[in-house]
Ligand binder design. Sequence first.
Ligand code: FE2
Length: 280
Amino acid sequence: MLNSEQLETWDRDGFVVLPGFVSKQRCAELKAHVEGLLADIDPDNEGAISVFSTTEQSHAQDEWFLGSGDTVRWFFEDGAIVDGQLTRPLPLAVNKIGHAMHDLDPVFSDFSRTTDMAALASDVGIAEPQLLQSMYIFKQPGIGGEVTCHTDHTFLWTEPQSVIGFWVAIEDATVENGCLWALPGGHRIPVKSRFRLDGEGGTTNDVFDDEPYPTENLVPIEAEAGTLVVLHGTLPHWSGPNTSPISRHAYTLHVINSEADYPADNWLQRRPELPLRGFT
Ligand code: FE2
């Protein structure tokens, strides 16, 4: 799947950009599928809205988030719900859907389990791949929020590190609508923190190094719809708010190596009846 030049880029930069990995037609189909999912939601009878509307926000939202590892749940943009009411039509209020779309939604299962995707995982060194987490990200026009600079290993920890991210532009991503930015070579910087369960129903962040990443060295990854970006688990990356009138939909899939240890205090846990699976 990857040629020697792309593998060299991967080793040097910790990410590689693959334009045209997915057809624009396929992107349009996925977008239409998600629009159908959104159309089926009754805003007056939707648990997610009550969770995000409650006065005890942090606790209810923690539970909503922590229960999303093996379900498909909605998350809202900041400011999309005020006093229990949506401030805009629901399809323009959702921040993302996650985190087991690749197992529970047949369309995204098929999309995530192609021979091309499996070959790519093999090329970047995942010996025994397991599909851990997926998200459909909307980055809504006008209110799509910033995702602060982070590494995926911080959130999807394995011993040794193994997580790789596959980020697919479903729509064109530009600097204006909040494209991905990455720190070339930053995957060699030791990971600075680990996000984990705190044992009391919440989460905590173990900080090993509080020196911020040199974000002035981040480079934008503008990507046409259908582009796939492979991200090393220790690569710092960021995306800015979308202040433009154009949405920036993307799908991400995170894959780990089952030969690595998966800690019991990672935030993402699966019920035993829904074990992790590979590409087949
Ligand atoms: Fe990430």
